[in-house]
Ligand binder design. Structure first.
Ligand SMILES: C[S@@+](CC[C@H](N)C(=O)[O-])C[C@H]1O[C@@H](n2cnc3c(N)ncnc32)[C@H](O)[C@@H]1O
Length: 100
């Protein structure tokens, strides 16, 4: 049933490591929130990044894996940070303080 739903909504993607419910929940949230900027912690192979970049002006996607470097070529709003989450959190915190 859920795989039928995935087919129906065109969200079948083996590179997207979310359940059908999570995928639909994320897309629903993106529709409602239409975020300007998104920080994704965990790119994997960009399954979710595709949708995040469709609904926002800028996506920063963070991962320790090497595939994250593909993100700017695949999704033009995406910026890749090849770093651990904690390091990215410190950078974001610094940036926020800088903006205030
Ligand atoms: C569940 S996958 C992300 C799924 C992806 N958002 C999607 O929707 O398909 C988790 C990712 O987090 C990355 N990861 C795990 N620990 C990390 C850490 N401490 N810092 C940065 N990335 C990490 C892994 O390399 C992996 O690609």
């Amino acid at each position: 049933m859920l795989s039928e739903l995935e087919k129906l909504f065109g969200i079948q993607n083996p590179d997207w490591l979310m359940s059908a419910r999570e995928k639909l929940g994320l897309i629903g949230l993106l529709h409602c929130l239409k975020p300007k900027r998104v920080l994704e912690l965990g790119y994997h192979r960009g399954g979710a990044t595709k949708w995040l970049s469709e609904f926002s002006e800028q996506v920063i996607t963070v991962d320790v894996n090497e595939f994250v470097a593909d993100a700017p070529n695949l999704f033009h709003q995406a910026e890749d940070w090849n770093s651990p989450t904690l390091e990215a959190a410190f950078c974001i915190k610094k940036e926020i303080y800088y903006l205030i």
